[in-house]
Design a protein around this ligand. Structure first.
Ligand SMILES: [Zn+2]
Ligand SMILES: [Zn+2]
Ligand SMILES: [Zn+2]
Length: 302
């Protein structure tokens, strides 16, 4: 059996599922009987949740017939991992790794540890042996770049006389620029250049592959008996018993479940998740379950 996390995208089932058997359902799972007392309790709980409802009628109501309505919910959770690598760079300092001269590791060969199962998260790390050191492309390896304010001149036009060298009206020499019409550039302190922001003055950049690992829990849910005239969003909140739960690297579709809709939904769910995830991700773990949910019973009584 393959241990989780050792396959790459595109693994076939045969590689993952040696010795794993599909589950057959020879008998319909039993539906626990609903008693009159439990039905009355449910009704009284509902009445108590409404501030203006009185409980007397519900307490004395004669229940003539209980019509149980059962339904199944199928849920497939597929925990997947995808990996993307992108080139990034940082200023190269003597403390940095430096180039190794070896071939960089394949993104899928980088050890990143096992994340908590079925919890989405993103992690970034460096691909070992992927570092390259190059002259900074912004300053061409000088460590300084031309000042954008004075365009390298170190001086800018005097703001007081606007370069005319004289004070307006008075026609006297501008004192701020001593009649030159230009002033020392404040941005670069007159040097005409500044420390390069890209390499932070280090002149060289270290480029390396950064691995972005995304773990995601993909959920498929299907509820049978949609004709129940019951709001779908409430169905997911009702309690029920868990008929079946299975967890593996990848799970089989359900075969011959008493409710054929569930078997079909199971096949569709597994096919959908496989198609969506197989090419770009690897599936680390799947869990499927068919909780039998019980919507509130409708007592038919007087
Ligand atoms: Zn400047
Ligand atoms: Zn001036
Ligand atoms: Zn630079």
């Amino acid at each position: 059996m393959t241990t989780p996390g050792t396959c790459r995208p595109g693994c076939t089932w045969a590689e993952l599922l040696q010795g794993y058997k599909p589950v057959l359902f020879p008998l319909p799972p039993s539906v626990p009987p609903m008693t009159e007392a439990a039905a009355r309790q449910a009704l009284l709980r509902f009445v108590a949740s409404r501030c203006c409802y009185g409980s007397r009628a519900a307490g004395q109501l004669a229940i003539q017939c209980l019509r149980p309505l059962g339904m199944y919910r199928y849920r497939l959770e597929t925990f997947s991992e995808s990996r993307l690598s992108e080139w990034v760079f940082e200023p190269f300092t003597s403390k940095a790794d430096g180039p190794s001269g070896d071939t960089p590791l394949d993104p899928w060969d980088v050890e990143v540890g096992t994340p908590p199962l079925f919890q989405g998260q993103t992690r970034r790390c460096r691909v070992p042996r992927s570092a390259l050191v190059r002259d900074c492309h912004r300053c061409r390896g000088h460590g300084r770049s031309k000042c954008g304010v004075c365009h390298g001149a170190g001086r800018t036009r005097c703001v007081t006389c606007k370069g005319s060298r004289r004070r307006l009206k008075q026609q006297k020499r501008c004192q701020l620029c001593s009649g030159t019409g230009r002033k020392r550039c404040n941005t670069c302190s007159g040097r005409g250049s500044k420390t390069c922001v890209t390499c932070q003055g280090e002149k060289k950049l270290q480029h390396f592959k950064q691995l972005v690992i995304t773990w995601k829990n993909n959920v498929f849910e299907f509820v049978s008996e949609q004709h129940l005239n019951f709001p779908g969003e409430l169905l997911s909140k009702v309690s029920g018993a868990n008929v079946f739960k299975d967890e593996n690297v990848v799970v089989y579709p359900i075969i011959n479940f008493p409710d054929p809709e569930i078997s079909l939904a199971s096949q569709r769910a597994i096919a959908e998740h496989s198609a969506a995830l197989a090419t770009s991700s690897r599936i680390l773990r799947q869990v499927r379950g068919e909780p039998k949910a019980e919507p509130p019973l409708h007592p038919a009584g007087s």
